[in-house]
Design a binder for this molecule. Structure first.
Ligand SMILES: [Fe+2]
Length: 293
């Protein structure tokens, strides 16, 4: 159609949707155009602001490398990651769930570990941590032979992929649950950490005068055919940023219960409940490790 007015633009774009053969693609694109145009009208977006928005989108791509995923960071900072997670888990958002954001730092290929093994692959300071976890179904039955990826940052707040001083795959491992659904590992108690602020995610936080901390947490990915794969994170109840997580990941169901032992070490136990569904590993947001400069 020939466009005569600003209202016509939306009609013209939606009218071109009829050739989209795949129904879900058509539905998503139509909703995207409708909401995006409504957003532009509601905010009366100026040309200068539009140019800034385009520059921001381009910068997200330019910032992304094999060891860093800026789009995932921005999605978390806007709360979209956890919204998608909570809508798709816990009986489609009607019940609490152990599912949580995958986060930008999951890597494929973590070393296979025997239950009880250490995640330390290079010297890593920090209070020792003993973790025991269980994978169960909603009725409490143990899930044996579930593959559980574990990863977390060092106590200086860097994942191995961000830190050339750590060995490849330090603080990462893949475990398999036993007959009783249990797996365990040793590591160091993670600390909270700042997310990188040298890209668009940082600009977003600064514009809102928000801090860039994430409360201390351990990451998990639980995979077992017949059950919906979940990413999870277990948070430290004493972290000062628990209720202002810069990635909006903390939910009530994921606040852990650390026990402190007399020797200064910590013990943590946690149960992951999985639902029937599709077992599918998510695409890893990163594929490599930062090179030493
Ligand atoms: Fe993390």
């Amino acid at each position: 159609m020939i466009i005569e007015t600003q209202e016509d633009v939306t009609r013209a774009v939606l009218a071109e949707m009829h050739r989209t053969p795949e129904p879900r693609t058509k539905e998503i694109l139509a909703a995207l155009v409708t909401h995006l145009h409504a957003f532009v009208r509601e905010t009366r977006l100026t040309e200068r602001e539009f140019q800034a928005a385009i520059a921001l989108l381009n910068a997200i791509g330019q910032k992304t490398t094999a060891s860093h995923n800026e789009a995932m960071l921005v999605a978390g900072a806007l709360g979209v990651s956890n919204l998608v997670c909570l809508l798709n888990n816990g009986a489609l958002g009607t019940r609490p769930t152990q599912a949580n954001n995958l986060g930008p730092f999951y890597r494929e290929g973590a070393p296979h570990c025997e239950s009880g093994a250490s995640l330390l692959r290079s010297p890593t300071p920090g209070a020792p941590l003993e973790f025991r976890g269980w994978v169960r179904d909603a009725a409490g039955n143990p899930i044996a032979d579930a593959e559980v990826d574990v990863w977390h940052s060092s106590t200086v707040g860097l994942y191995e992929n961000q830190d050339p001083s750590q060995a490849d795959m330090n603080l990462r491992g893949r475990f398999v649950t036993g007959k009783d659904g249990e797996f365990s590992f040793r590591s160091v108690k993670p600390a909270g950490y700042p997310v990188p602020t040298d890209g668009p995610a940082g600009a977003l936080l600064r514009a809102q005068q928000r801090h860039n901390m994430r409360p201390a947490h351990l990451h998990f990915l639980v995979y077992k055919p017949g059950f919906k794969t979940i990413a999870s994170q277990v948070y430290d109840p004493e972290d000062p940023h628990l209720d202002t997580d810069s990635q909006f990941g903390v939910t009530r169901a994921l606040i852990g219960n650390y026990g402190k032992c007399g020797d200064g070490s910590y013990a943590l136990e946690f149960t992951f409940v999985v639902e029937p569904g599709e077992a599918r590993r998510p695409m890893a947001p990163i594929t490599g490790k930062a090179a030493a400069s």
